[in-house]
Design a protein around this ligand. Structure first.
Ligand SMILES: Cc1cc2nc3c(=O)[nH]c(=O)nc-3n(C[C@H](O)[C@H](O)[C@H](O)COP(=O)(O)OP(=O)(O)OC[C@H]3O[C@@H](n4cnc5c(N)ncnc54)[C@H](O)[C@@H]3O)c2cc1C
Length: 471
């Protein structure tokens, strides 16, 4: 019988456990999670009388390989999913240039004064034609090589700096992926379609002007991609169903349990000691270890030498929730990013836009405002701040005044993708990989370069479980 230990009970660890257990009926699979709840970032909190709420916008995006996606999809019966594809898949907007833009999540340059637009258009079309090599040295240079100097300096660099709270020449190019800062709207439908069919360079920079009317020909990537969200509101329903599947497959789950050291022999992790409320738990005779709890904790538990690596800095944010008596004034938008200076809002989510039950089951229409302030101030009234920003966006008005529920929580915020932080992450990965433990496999966020978003994480888990000979 094989002994498989999985560390981390977020979606990576849970889905990896399912992949292993389903394909190895005789294996003993143990999953260790440091907190007392499963799901990591992809779960919900109970509002005590007002139902469940998720920690901001999180949907599952399929990775377009049916063999891999089934581990996600069959967590719930098909009729318990909201499944969306094509133009309905991910309806996003932006607050940019003083207005909430609902037709596209990319800055619509047609909203700029005619002269400015003409000059930007000329520069951008020059870049489209020449399609210069990308400069990945930092986000500022990347944006310049992708959009040309004028669009980069006047439009894209300022909005990226607002999003990340630091100068773009100190940011890794990866920062541009966090807010999807890859395209602009420049022209009408006909020209966009013609240009895109003629040139991949055009397609990679110019967005279709109306996301809801985008024809299939325009969708060059991921034609079969879908988003999934449980029909019952709250990702917790997905996590509970997945936990039940794991239990049925015989996976042993250890909550509130944290690895403290591992013992390595002949390049293999053979034993791992964990601390729980009931004392030490020792997993021995380990055949495979899958680690989804981050590179730094792995290096620490494995006692690897990280003396010349700084721990990457994770900032905190504040997520403020409101239950509104009326739907927010966001049209069909599931969420929007705020790209204008003067606001701390990173993203606003209207949950009922992608999960009908959110607006009916529990009473009221839930909205979350993810604030990314420079520093968290303990006594600050973030609820008032979030509300004022919603008013300024035009998302709430007098009809929303009788808020049914409001709550603020300090929340995880994505790693600030500065050059320094990403360099430390890459160095940590080098340290972990050079230890070359044959039976230890890192999965999850940043386990490999640029692995961050869910589809890459799901694919990465599958590939590592398969490479270990367990699928
Ligand atoms: C603010 C933010 C927003 C994001 N938004 C998106 C998005 O919109 N779309 C998207 O696709 N991706 C998004 N991501 C990426 C997202 O984190 C991943 O897609 C997904 O959550 C990864 O799951 P995971 O299991 O790898 O990590 P996590 O969800 O972080 O789970 C890790 C688990 O490991 C546990 N753990 C940590 N240390 C230890 C330890 N020492 N011992 C035992 N257990 C431990 C944690 O408690 C946690 O349960 C976002 C990330 C952040 C931080």
């Amino acid at each position: 019988m094989q002994n498989i230990v999985i560390v981390g009970g977020g979606v990576s660890g849970l889905l990896a456990a399912k992949m292993v257990a389903r394909n190895n009926a005789n294996a003993k699979v143990s999953l260790v999670e440091q907190s007392d709840r499963l799901g990591g970032l992809y779960t919900s909190f109970n509002t005590d009388g007002h139902g469940w709420l998720d920690y901001g916008m999180h949907m599952f995006v399929t990775c377009c390989d049916p063999e891999i996606d089934r581990y996600l999809e069959d967590v719930l019966p098909e009729d318990q999913w909201h499944r969306r594809s094509d133009n309905e898949k991910d309806i996003a907007g932006i607050y940019w240039h003083g207005a909430l833009q609902k037709h596209s999540p990319f800055p619509d340059l047609r909203r700029l004064p005619a002269e400015e637009l003409a000059s930007m258009r000329e520069g951008l079309m020059g870049v489209v034609q020449n399609d210069p090599a990308k400069d990945y040295s930092n986000a500022k240079n990347y944006l310049r090589s992708h959009f040309g100097s004028e669009v980069a300096s006047k439009v894209m660099t300022p909005l990226l700096e607002k999003l990340c709270g630091m100068p773009a020449d100190q940011l890794d190019y990866f920062a541009t992926r966090l807010g999807n800062i890859s395209r602009v709207v420049l022209c009408d439908e006909e020209e966009a379609l013609r240009g895109s069919l003629e040139s991949a360079s055009f397609r990679s920079r110019i967005a279709y002007p109306d996301q809801m009317k985008m024809p299939e020909e325009f969708r060059t990537n991921n034609k079969s991609q879908a988003t999934l969200y449980p029909r019952r509101f709250g990702l917790v329903h997905f996590i509970d169903a997945l936990e039940k599947q794991l239990q049925d497959l015989g996976v042993e789950i250890y909550r509130a349990t944290k690895p403290v050291r591992m013992h390595v022999e002949e390049g293999r992790v053979c034993e791992m000691t964990c601390l729980s409320n009931n004392g030490e738990i020792v997993f021995d005779k380990i055949d495979h270890l899958f680690w989804s709890a981050g590179l730094a904790p792995f290096a620490q538990v494995a006692a690897l030498d990280t003396s010349d690596v700084e721990r990457p800095h994770f900032s905190k944010g504040v997520t403020v929730f409101f239950k509104l008596p009326q739907p927010p004034l966001m049209g069909r938008l599931n969420y929007f990013y705020c790209f204008d200076k003067g606001f701390d809002t990173f993203r606003v989510t209207s949950f009922a836009s992608y999960c009908e039950a959110a607006g009916s089951d529990e009473g009221g229409y839930p909205v979350s405002v993810e604030l990314w302030p420079e520093e968290i101030e303990e006594d600050k009234d973030y609820i008032a701040q979030a509300w004022n920003e919603l008013v300024a966006f035009g998302v709430v008005d007098d009809s929303h005044k009788n808020v049914l529920y409001k709550h603020a929580i300090v929340s995880a915020r994505a790693l600030v993708p500065s050059l320094h932080n990403m360099d430390q992450v890459n160095r940590l990965r080098d340290v972990v990989q050079s230890a070359n433990y044959k039976n230890a496999h890192c999965i999850g966020v940043f386990s490999e370069k640029d692995v961050f978003f869910f589809p890459d994480i799901l694919r990465g888990c599958y590939q590592k479980v398969k490479a270990a000979g367990l699928i």
